[in-house]
Design a protein around this ligand. Structure first.
Ligand code: SF4
Length: 405
């Protein structure tokens, strides 16, 4: 079954659109920087997670020259730079434009497109790079799409169900012979569409006309029925999809490499870029390297990248926490990393550490919730089943909760 994340003002976003949102979605972009406790943060949209090795090097150079020397991948397959000076926007924008990473100032924040990272590779479905490029181009040419929130998400699934499980606003699921199913929000149904990418854009544009101060389809139209009616679609029950995401390690035709909590140093990032002509940033804090040599795995592991599918680090995520976020009650990443390093695999259920009740970046579906309380952590893995532990008790308690069925 499909399983059912203080901004400075944008220099480019028209006042007309800000007013139409009713309230600001506060989502950062490449031009609209977010002011965090560790400096300004820029989020670079990477449609489909697709980066050439040259583009990846541009990002690493920008992180070194302008930021804190590291890169973060997000739950939507985008890339963030942190620790930037408040006035870094102009130089960062120039670097990104020259590399083809900022093709539109006006549509920067709406280019949120995830795609199955193994599409077109052994074990994956059909190649979706054409869909990604077509949808990105159509989005940039749509005046209506400028009004989408920076949180609105398109998912392009190759039929395996991996990104279809990501709670996107508009999901395309590839079917045989070039057709597709279109799913709206969290609907349990999907409709066949003959021109998939144009249908996806039409759904997003229809949402702009439908919503009233909402950012996501699930807020305005929980079962997608209103949008389906406006679009003249006839949804039917979704087929069961495996929904399995690629584990880290070597597989036929690609290497899958994990980043600890989605963060890589510029040196690690350059090492990844040296392995393949194309990098595919996944929504699961990793990178797929098509055509990379499996003999590179030991060097990648020695550099601190994740390559062991049996590690407790698999399916482990954490919010930014202290010192980057003022709301955080703990340095959750450091404490979670220590807990994971102290735990022997296998990993068990997904787990997420949060520095406060907002739980930024938490997974969807079934997961173990580890919440900082100021005195330790509260661990929950079922409704009404919460355990308070000290920092010293946390690693063992999390490991036990992940093994609980
Ligand atoms: S969950 Fe709380 S502490 Fe963590 S990044 Fe979000 S707001 Fe900050």
């Amino acid at each position: 079954m499909l399983a059912a994340m203080s901004p400075s003002p944008s220099p480019v976003e028209p006042a007309r659109i800000r007013a139409a949102r009713g309230r600001d979605d506060a989502c950062p972009g490449a031009l609209r920087l977010h002011t965090a406790d560790d400096g300004a943060l820029a989020r670079v949209r990477v449609p489909g997670g697709l980066l050439s090795s040259g583009q990846a090097l541009v990002l690493a150079d920008a992180a070194t020259a302008l930021g804190d020397g590291a890169l973060e991948t997000t739950s939507r397959g985008n890339v963030q730079l942190r620790g930037l000076p408040a006035d870094a926007g102009a130089e960062l924008g120039a670097r990104l434009r020259a590399a083809g990473l900022l093709p539109s100032d006006t549509h920067d924040r709406v280019r949120n497109i995830v795609a199955s990272p193994l599409a077109g590779l052994p074990g994956g479905g059909p190649d979706l790079r054409g869909w990604v490029r077509e949808l990105d181009a159509l989005l940039q040419s749509s005046e209506i799409a400028r009004a989408l929130s920076g949180r609105f998400l398109f998912a392009l699934d190759d039929g395996t169900g991996d990104v279809a499980a990501l709670d996107a606003d508009v999901t395309l699921i590839a079917q045989p012979v070039g057709s597709a199913l279109l799913r709206l929000g969290r609907s349990a149904d999907a409709a066949p569409v003959a021109d998939p990418v144009r249908a996806a854009l039409a759904a997003a544009e229809a949402f702009v006309g439908l919503r009233s101060g909402t950012w996501r389809v699930c807020e305005a139209d929980p079962d997608g029925a209103l949008l389906a009616g406006r679009l003249g679609l006839e949804p039917r029950p979704l087929p069961v999809l495996p929904g399995t995401r690629p584990a880290v390690g070597a597989r036929e035709g690609a290497l899958c490499v994990g980043l600890r909590f989605g963060r890589a140093t510029a040196e690690q990032w350059r090492l990844l870029a040296a392995q393949a002509d194309e990098l595919r940033v996944t929504p699961w804090r990793g990178v797929v390297l098509p055509g990379a040599d499996p003999a590179a795995l030991p060097a990648l592991a020695a550099a601190g990248l994740r390559t062991d599918p049996g590690s407790a680090w698999e399916r482990a995520t954490a919010c930014t926490g202290a010192p980057g976020c003022a709301k955080a009650l703990a340095d959750v990443r450091a404490e979670a990393a220590a807990a994971l390093d102290a735990t022997a695999g296998p990993a068990g259920r997904p787990v997420h550490w949060s520095g406060c009740e907002r739980r930024c970046g938490h997974p969807v579906g079934d997961w173990v919730d580890v919440l900082a309380t100021g005195d330790g952590y509260r661990i929950s893995h079922q409704p009404g089943n919460a355990t308070e532990v000290t920092n010293q008790q946390m690693a063992a308690a999390v490991a036990a909760a992940r093994r609980t069925t």
